[in-house]
Design a protein around this ligand. Structure first.
Ligand code: ATP
Length: 202
């Protein structure tokens, strides 16, 4: 899957609709301090399902909505769209029936986030799994922020292992294992309850 375009509207400093065309290969974002380089990277993480406001450098998720400036009022919503070229049909099953994927996340004040893939409403988990199964996502090592290289050099082995797991595309399996464990625990509790009832009847 190749990310071909990122569109931001009302996201942080990008108040007006802004398109970033992403060419194949490595993309570097350069510019003066405060021009919005990190905001662009955060928009990419956000549309892939990031749910921790601290990763977005905010106290709450609504902090990603344009907060207003001297000459412009604050916005009521923020929206980020990621276009993915899927002509080589590398998208995971369930999302692999078209040449392009358009993933949209929109947050509205007091109403939270909503996600769509090719105009169809989906859950946050569906979007997170879509990217995890494609070996990418909000925590992908392919998104390199300022200072991250020196952090990686200083990182402990456990943190480095997580990066390798993200790159190998197996991080989605942790979420699935966690969900399977929850179901197993619920089934065990049901079984214990059934045993109690059988004992009472005997
Ligand atoms: P540096 O090189 O200094 O790290 P940068 O190019 O990465 O800077 P960002 O940190 O992406 O810049 O952008 C910072 C700008 O975004 C600041 O001017 C800040 O006021 C603005 N900004 C952040 N959140 C919002 C928001 N919710 N509404 C409006 N502007 C915002």
């Amino acid at each position: 899957m190749h990310f071909s375009r990122l569109r931001l509207t009302g996201f942080k400093s990008f108040v007006d609709p802004t398109d970033l065309v992403i060419a194949e290969g490595l993309t570097g974002i350069v510019g003066p301090n405060g021009c919005g380089k990190s905001n662009l990277l955060e928009a990419m993480r956000w549309v892939m399902g990031e749910n921790r406001p601290s990763t977005m450098r905010g106290a709450g998720m609504e902090d990603v909505i344009f907060a207003g400036a001297a000459s412009r009022p604050a916005r009521h919503f923020a929206e980020v769209t990621l276009h993915i070229d899927n002509s080589r049909r590398l998208a995971p099953a369930g999302f692999n029936d078209s040449d392009t994927l358009e993933v949209v996340r929109r947050i509205t004040r007091d109403a939270g986030s909503a996600y769509k893939v090719n105009a169809r409403e989906v859950r946050a988990r569906d979007v997170q799994m879509l990217f995890a199964d494609a070996s990418t996502g909000a925590h992908s090592p392919a998104l390199v922020s300022q200072g991250q290289i020196s952090e990686l050099i200083r990182a402990r082995p456990k943190a480095r292992r997580r990066l390798l797991e993200e790159a190998a595309g197996i991080s989605g399996l942790y979420q699935r294992r966690h969900e399977a464990e929850l179901k197993l625990n619920a089934a065990e509790a049901n079984l214990a309850r059934t045993d109690d009832l059988i004992d009472q009847l005997a």
